[in-house]
Design a protein around this ligand. Sequence first.
Ligand SMILES: Cc1cc2nc3c(=O)[nH]c(=O)nc-3n(C[C@H](O)[C@H](O)[C@H](O)COP(=O)(O)OP(=O)(O)OC[C@H]3O[C@@H](n4cnc5c(N)ncnc54)[C@H](O)[C@@H]3O)c2cc1C
Length: 431
Amino acid sequence: MTFPGFLLPESQIKLANRLLYQIGNEFEECIMSTVQSPKKVVIVGAGYAGLKAAARLARKTRRQGVDITVINGSDHFVERIRLHQLAANQTLKHIAIRELLRGTGIHFVQGWVTEIAPDHHHLTVQTANGTQQMAYDKLVYAAGSFIDSSMIPGGKEYALSLSTEATTLALRDKLPHIAARGGRVLVIGGGLTGIESSTELAEAYPSLRVTLVTRGTFGADLSQKGAAYIREAFASQGIELIENTTITRITAQAAAYEGGEIPFDLCLWAGAFGVPALAREAGFAVNRQGQVIVDEYLRSISHPDVIAVGDSAGLEQALDIPIRMACATGIFMGSYAGDHLAAWANGAAPKPYQFGYVIRCISLGRHDGLVQRVKPDDTPVEQVITGRAGAQIKELICKQTLWQITMERWLPGGSGKSANASPTEPVRARA
Ligand SMILES: Cc1cc2nc3c(=O)[nH]c(=O)nc-3n(C[C@H](O)[C@H](O)[C@H](O)COP(=O)(O)OP(=O)(O)OC[C@H]3O[C@@H](n4cnc5c(N)ncnc54)[C@H](O)[C@@H]3O)c2cc1C
């Protein structure tokens, strides 16, 4: 007697075998992950770099049961790249971190990490409910940066900055009164933050008299076309530009330089970024700025179980290119950290981090912008996109920083077996 239903062609038998084998493997992985205690990854800081690292790692280890915890001071994500918009009284979206992480299995703790003990693999978090100790197998250090107005005498007392949401709100609240009487805002610093702030404020408050003062030649790190375009934009918005002038002290109503002073009603310090002292205090090897010095795998050179990403990581030593503190830099480091740790969770070897810049995007208010093409080492070339198109590209890039994080939830996961930290997306920065 024959049973026609069981007479499968050989190709289908092979396929069935393969499927059964795969199901068996996945079942085994599932069982193993519940039997073994899960590997624990803690991420300090839920900025661009930390959140990207968390989301990528969660996606790539969906079946491995890696226990991921993100710790952040505030319960919502601060879009730092839009703080000049907030200063100009625009409303930014409220983005709850728990909402961003919904469905990923990542734990979120709102609190401040006050101490890291890397030799013992644990840290201390101060939360609203008290102090909590937390152990980790791997730590991702993504504590970001701030704008350090104490770098200049009088800065802390008399200058405001876009350092945090709170400092930006303090600035925002003062501007309408100063604008109403045609007052003066002095922006100190000719970098991207200074340029974006001056133009945003001048556009929002046409009655304000905005001056930007910079130590060197304005736009020295842009192409000639790029620098010329911004000068024109400043002129058309009535922004006064003072170059090659080093401010040495800030007082209540003026900024002093050798040979004179510039009066103001409000002073906005847009000098260099500083980083939290936490890493130095924890005993990590840090550079002069206090960033964690990392190797080509973004591991702390003093404590290799710690991966540093974003503004808090110092990777000049590991890469041959100058690195700027930017979300364009940090978000790619976050992706890499996720890949690297997924590889570790599966016993695979990570590949070194690779990175190169592509463009720099600068908003000049809401309707104008500059997209500056750069070489991988961030040096500018004479190719720019300007005007409304420049503004639209910049806006798109701001939006896609968040999409990049949320999209991780929807992308297919991986068993992690081949997740050897070879970047699965272009490793070049886009903004
Ligand atoms: C006005 C302005 C405009 C900018 N525009 C651009 C731009 O156009 N393009 C660009 O590429 N870059 C831009 N930047 C720079 C960019 O915002 C930063 O480089 C970027 O935010 C760095 O990302 P990060 O993840 O390293 O750190 P952050 O975004 O700073 O996030 C770090 C997080 O860690 C938290 N944290 C810190 N310490 C602790 C602790 N001890 N415990 C718990 N949590 C902690 C912080 O509260 C924060 O939430 C701009 C910055 C400013 C201020």
